[in-house]
Design a protein around this ligand. Sequence first.
Ligand code: KG4
Ligand code: ZN
Length: 346
Amino acid sequence: DGTLTILGIESSCDDTAAAIVRIGPDGTQILSSVVAGQTDLHADFGGVVPEIAARAHAERVDICVEDALAQADIALAGVDAIAVTAGPGLIGGVLAGVMCAKGLALATGKPLIGVNHLAGHALTPRLTDDLAFPYLLLLVSGGHCQFLLAEGPDRFRRLGGTIDDAPGEAFDKTAKLLGLPQPGGPAVERAARDGDPRRFPLPRPLLDRAGCDMSFSGLKTALLRARDAVVAEKGGITVQDRADLCAGFQAAVVDILTEKSRRALAEYLTLAPAQPAFAVAGGVAANGPIRAALQGLAKSAGATFHAPPLALCTDNAAMIAFAGAEALQAGHTSGLDLAARPRWPL
Ligand code: KG4
Ligand code: ZN
């Protein structure tokens, strides 16, 4: 009947997720999107522990699939294809998802589609908005930070990116340094609301350098020094100190992302796209001040701005189902020999 119903499975980091997405003549619908986070399991360790993550994914992935089917009110037989994140990510977790997807594909005889997690994030703006290729995308998450020229569902050209850490990782480290909970991004954003961003002027590495490469590791070190200076002076940090440090840190990230986006946009606009569009994706795109700054930039450059709703910015399986649908429509499927890949550049 011209509709395509896809089951998506995601398990590459610390969220186990399953979703049902339906694509039809009337557009795309997320029928269900189940995300089982693992924040509590990793809380004592200050980061994701791969072995714990892998075990939790293996225990939960089939339950997430059952929940996604139940919430969408369809049977497994009603699914037309099974899409799964095949990398990049923590290999034990990716394997848990891939094995589950292979079992379902084998049992139902439905096509299996291995999806690149980054392509999932990168195509998300097309899930929610009417967005044509080519568009400029800033993919900014806990593990990634890059400008991509999205030319097609499986054609991405990298214009530049971080040369060291990803901003999400810097948000997480900042939270850890200041005794805030993980994941650090939302906690730092919240604390920064009551802070003065000018009290601790932190560096903006590579800001004057040509091109759109970025660096965030020096910012982290500078934040550590600023915190230590306060502790040395007063014997500890107050709630206000913490808010000011968070605000200073976030302002530096906003400046770096905005300036480098300006350059990436300039490069993209030389292609004279018919409908210039700038999209953001990935967990850090959930950050309010970052979104606002990039939206302002897009407007001044004459490009439309696209930021997925918060629940679709962080890891989820609806984006994997959608990317799988785009791949299937382009004629790509995977065999049962689909490999889980720890590294898989776009
Ligand atoms: O895309 P994602 O769920 O996972 C991958 O890295 O693939 O992104 C998670 C990252 C974490 O580092 C988290 O701290 C960050 O996104 N994040 C945020 C916010 N919400 C999540 N960073 C800044 N501000 C936020 N509001
Ligand atoms: Zn992600």
